[in-house]
Design a protein around this ligand. Structure first.
Ligand code: ZN
Length: 504
């Protein structure tokens, strides 16, 4: 029997079409009575925890990124950053913050990538997990031949690891990864016991339910009920019998408890199975129990050894904006070190959004040599540098540049007759006006464009006529933030660039 066949959903927001078409997504976590004993101990210990007064609790995460044996299918590291960003938000009420433990672990293994049952990873977990962090494995979960829509993720108590389907590891999905981390820290579902049982209104409500183990059914009454010894064992989460979820974040069923009182489950609880809610939260008692469970696991107690990155901007040194790069050779791209950054994601792309990846790497120094020739025949490329470290990964600041591989195109540093230009003053205060002096051997029309170090066009002076001889132009840079910029003189024939430092 598939014990998880009727377990469901949380996250309609990201894949609404898929979910409604598919019906169910599952969490494959199987909470045993010994886990419930651990939970009860945590609830007892949590009574002395004041969540609001706790200092930040740092939690090290060890990520294992699984690919097929041939290396394909692996999730991009940027999605890990997004997912951690989401985790930090969802665990902020208990002041828990997650950091990257050791380097990402890359595993290539067809069977492990395409996990076909929630218990099948055992030997791989044993091979790869580290004792001093929360271990998260990301691949493709394919339980029941239902890739990406069956089991979304699970916490395996016996292996003490979290396994996630790659489709749910991102920022948008606010419930899957935080829900599994909730399980890691001993939280059961709010409907604990009903995992494989559908509430049947035609029958009297039982006083206990069996999903492999018997569990007492929680009464609605908080004063004289059994909330400390039934259901999910939390008294600040209302009685919930619904493992079959509801869309639209609302429960419209007519379930009553064994005393005949109508239940009113909290659809927005992180450990429930209702989908379509705008927000999901842990209750205060759940938060305290998570902290108590953390306190009882000294093996994962550590703090980050790096300081946060305060300014993510990488000043790109080579190539500068529009510069010609010989496409027939491997090229080395360089930028200035970003203080406190330990790693950089470098992407080379034919589009400025960098969404199409021509070449990509994670490097630990401030340079990247392309793996091969840039031979796909395009003329213009963009490149981007994303700086991060173990605690500073939650940002969108990509420093962008552009270069050309065609000596005879706009990318070349030459406009016939215009040999160079001078910009004064440089550095310049952002309350001053920039002056350009251009000597030309002939009359020519050009555009002036000012780019930030991240490649954003911040000022333009279009259709300027340069005459033969000496020319002078001025550009207003009022209110531009301090930093490195590129002033570009360009037309169809070529591009000339100058680095400019703007000061406050
Ligand atoms: Zn679950």
């Amino acid at each position: 029997m598939n014990k998880f066949s009727s377990i469901l959903v949380l996250f309609a927001l990201i894949f609404p079409t898929y979910i409604f078409a598919q019906g169910h997504t599952q969490c494959g976590t199987f909470t045993t009575p010994s886990e419930i004993d651990r939970l009860k101990r945590n609830i007892q210990a949590s009574k002395s925890i004041n969540v609001a007064n706790r200092d930040v609790t740092w939690v090290p995460l060890q990520w294992h990124l699984i690919a097929r044996t041939n290396g394909t299918g692996r999730i991009k590291e940027e999605q890990i950053f997004e997912s951690m960003c989401r985790l930090n938000l969802e665990f902020e009420p208990m002041n828990m913050q997650f950091f990257i433990h050791e380097e990402f672990n890359y595993i290539n293994n067809d069977d492990f990538y395409n996990l076909e049952s929630t218990g099948a990873g055992g030997f791989q977990y044993f091979l790869h997990k580290v004792p001093d962090a929360v271990n998260l494995f990301v691949g493709q979960i394919n339980v029941g031949g239902n890739t990406g829509g069956g089991v979304a993720g699970f916490y395996s108590p016996s292996d003490d690891v979290i396994h996630l389907d790659r489709s749910y590891v991102n920022f948008t999905d606010e419930a899957t990864v935080p829900h599994e981390v909730g399980h890691f820290f001993s939280l059961p579902h709010t409907f604990y016991g009903w995992e494989t049982t559908v509430y049947d209104p035609s029958q009297p409500t039982p006083t206990s339910v069996n999903w492999g183990f018997w569990n007492p059914v929680e009464l609605v009454d908080r004063e004289n009920g059994n909330c400390e010894n039934a259901g999910d064992y939390f008294c600040d989460t209302p009685a919930d019998y619904i493992s079959q979820g509801g869309s639209g974040c609302s429960y419209n069923g007519n379930a009553v408890d064994p005393d005949g009182v109508a239940i009113d489950p909290d659809e927005t609880n992180m450990m429930s199975y209702f989908f379509g809610c705008d927000d999901y939260l842990f209750s205060e008692d759940q938060q305290a129990a998570v902290l108590a469970d953390f306190d009882g696991r000294p093996a994962i107690h550590s703090i980050p050894t790096v300081a946060p990155i305060t300014d993510f901007e990488a000043n790109l040194n080579y190539p500068i904006w529009g510069e010609y790069v010989n496409a027939n050779n491997a090229a080395t791209f360089t930028w200035e070190e970003v203080p406190n950054a330990t790693h950089y994601v470098v992407i080379i792309s034919p589009v400025s959004s960098l969404d199409i990846v021509h070449d990509r790497a994670i490097v630990t120094t401030n340079s990247f040599t392309t793996s091969g020739e840039l031979t796909d025949g395009r003329e213009n490329y963009y490149w981007g540098v994303y700086a991060y470290n173990a605690v500073s990964y939650c940002h969108n600041e990509v420093s962008k540049g552009q270069f050309s591989t065609d000596e005879n195109s706009v990318g070349v540093k030459e406009i016939s007759g215009v040999n160079d230009f001078v910009v004064m003053p440089n550095p310049i205060s952002n309350t001053d006006e920039l002056t350009l002096f251009i000597d030309s051997e002939r009359a020519v029309d050009v555009d002036f464009k000012l780019y930030s170090a991240t490649g954003k066009n911040v000022r333009s002076l279009l259709n300027n006529k340069i005459n033969q001889g000496k020319n002078q132009f001025s550009m207003n840079i009022n209110e531009l933030p301090a930093g490195m910029y590129y002033l570009s003189v360009q037309n169809k024939e070529g591009v000339l660039n100058k680095k400019i430092m703007i000061l406050d």
